[in-house]
Structure formats: C-alpha cells, structure tokens
Design a protein around this ligand. Structure first.
Ligand code: NAD
Length: 311
C-alpha cells in the first residue's frame, strides 16, 4: 500500500513513519513544510520505501495529487505549540482548517481511509473529568487566541464527520492527549522536554500557575500504534477517539520526578500564567481522557507509565 503522512517530519508523524516501516510493507510519502518538523527526525531511516515532499498542506492541488496516489492518509500536519498558536492565531487556524479540508476533500474522491489528528484541547476548560468523547460541552469559540487552535481542531472534527456522513469517507478522528517521547522539542512550550532540558542544565524548572493542574502523558510509540490500529479497524470509522493514557499527574509532581530522575540540583520557579505567553492565556485545571471507548473498540489502552516515559 501507499501511505501519505502529512506532518510526517514532526514528532508524532516521524514515529508513525517508524511504526509503519517496521510493522507493514507499505510505501510511505511524507508531506511536510518543515516549519516545526525536521528532516533530522527521518534521517535514521535508510529505506527506499520512504519519500519526502517539501510542501504545504494548504496547497490544494499538491494535496489532491498526493492523496490520489495514496491508499491511506494520516493527516497530522498542523500549526502546533502554545507559543506558535498564541503568537500567530490566524495563521495557525488557516493551516489547521484549510489543511484538513484539502485532505478530506481529496480523500473523499476515492473514499481513501483517513486519520485526522485532533487534540484534547477541544475539551477546553470542561470540568467533566475524565473527558468522554460524547461530552456535549466540547469547547466553543472565545476571545482568547489560544482557543482558536481548539476551535479549529473542533471544526476539523466536524469536517471529518461530515465527510463520513455525506461521502461515506472511512475516517477516524484521534484526540491526542499530551503525547511525549523521544524527538519532542521543548522549543514550542512542551512541558516534559522543557523540564528535562532545564534539569540537565541545572536551571530552575518553570512551572506555570501553582502547579496543581494535572495532565495525562502518553508515550508516542503507543500513540502511533493505536493510531494505526484505529484506521485499520472498520468499527472505528466515522468515530472520534481519545488517544491518551488514564492516570493524571500534577505538574508539580512531574517537576519533582524529572529533578529526581536526572539527579539535578535544580529547583522550581512558579510563574503566573499571565506572564507565560499573553495576559489572556488560560489553562484547564485537569485533563484526563476517558478511555472506555478506546478499550471497547480496540481492546486496549496506553499502558506505559510516566516513570518509564521519563527514563
Ligand atoms: P509537530 O510540530 O512535531 O508536527 C507537526 C508537523 O506538521 C511538523 O512536522 C510541521 O513541520 C508540519 N506542518 C506544519 N504546518 C504545515 C503545513 N502548512 N504544511 C505541511 N506541513 C506542516 O507536532 P506533533 O506533536 O507531532 O503534532 C502532530 C499532530 O498531533 C498535530 O495535528 C497536532 O495538533 C496533534 N496533537 C499533538 C499533541 C501532542 O501531545 N504532541 C496533542 C494533541 C494534538
């Protein structure tokens, strides 16, 4: 089979490339503009089964051509990272809306099975923890730029489900929850790589807010294997799934574990959210997936615990 991965030079995308090369005989085409992704994420792969196209997912004719040549599509390309989306809300939303529409429209031509990467951010500041896929309080628009990302991802989901309803497109939406692991950079505000880099440099770890907010961390290898399995499971088509591990950790506890595991002398500095990125920056207190739907359909959920992830 020929597989197209948009955003395949990124963190999750490059692990999906690894996974598919190891587990299948598929030929893989990566479409990436290398804005946050890097060719270095793919250089360890010496294979003629991988081709990289340097291009923009907003380019509809390029996307149409690549999708037409593919049997399966994983759409992961997006403007990501709190820093990027707070500083460039409009450009981020354009990439995330137009890119997804291009992919879905092209895939609908031949009913090409398609995975759409969404985010736990669509739950916004919902307090109905753990978050379940059918929670009708999924976030709507606000004035805070951060939530433009969440709104675009929510719109992407509706576009995907609309293509399933109207064109019978075999599509699966995966809401990723704090996926972490090798190759993730701290450059775009991701907490674990940032903490590890600070601890190894002997600097104080920067905790935004009081640090009691909780997050659930999922190892990237499990996230990509679940992504692959969801798209190859017909019962999953036309559905939305949380892709994340149960068992949240507070950011304070995460900082302590990182300091212990790196044998660092670092301390912790608490910084008000308002000083983090912008005055109207906001964070949900808790974020944990309800994994029962994933368990029902795939018979499994992520299992790698935080200590193993950090090591
Ligand atoms: P990443 O930045 O490493 O990957 C995104 C990739 O998309 C990069 O390689 C980037 O260069 C590429 N890209 C961006 N704009 C593009 C464009 N216009 N055209 C072509 N390529 C473009 O981030 P990631 O963490 O691997 O995220 C992958 C997907 O998963 C994204 O859709 C993201 O929204 C989603 N997601 C990730 C997480 C997480 O915890 N990492 C959580 C929720 C959702």
């Amino acid at each position: 089979m020929s597989v197209l991965i948009t955003g395949g030079a990124g963190f999750i995308g490059s692990h999906l490339v690894d996974h598919l090369l190891a587990e299948t005989d598929d030929r893989i085409v990566v479409l990436d503009d290398f804005s946050t992704g890097s060719a270095a994420n793919l250089t360890h792969l010496e294979t003629d089964r991988l081709e990289t196209v340097d291009g923009d997912v907003r380019d509809d004719s390029l996307v149409a051509d690549l999708v037409a040549d593919s049997d399966v599509v994983y759409h992961l390309a997006a403007a990501v990272g709190v820093k990027t989306i707070v500083e460039h809300p409009l450009a981020s939303m354009r990439t995330n809306l137009k890119g997804t529409e291009n992919v879905l429209e092209a895939a609908a031509e031949d009913a090409t099975p398609t995975f759409i990467a969404s985010s736990s951010e669509v739950y916004g500041k919902s307090e109905a923890v753990p978050f379940a896929e059918d929670d009708d309080r999924v976030y709507g628009p606000t004035t805070a730029p951060r939530w433009g990302y969440a709104t675009a991802k929510a719109a992407d989901e509706f576009l995907a489900l609309g293509h399933h309803a109207e064109h019978d497109l075999p599509v699966v939406v995966g809401r990723y929850f704090n996926i972490v692991g090798p190759r993730q950079s701290g450059q775009y505000g991701m907490v674990i790589p940032t903490f590890v880099e600070q601890a190894l440099a002997g600097e104080d770890l920067t905790v935004y807010g009081d640090g009691t907010q909780t997050r659930s961390f999922t190892h990237v290898a499990e996230a990509v294997s679940i992504t692959h399995e969801l798209l190859t499971t017909p019962d999953a088509h036309g559905e939305v799934f949380n892709v994340g591990a149960p068992g949240p950790t507070s950011i304070n506890d995460l900082a302590t574990r990182v300091i212990e595991l790196t044998n660092s002398d670092s301390g912790v500095t608490h910084v008000p959210f308002a000083e983090a990125y912008s005055e109207d920056f906001e964070e949900p207190d808790e974020r944990e997936p309800d994994v029962s739907k994933l368990r029902d359909v795939l018979g499994r959920t992520p299992t790698v615990d935080l200590d193993r992830i950090l090591r």
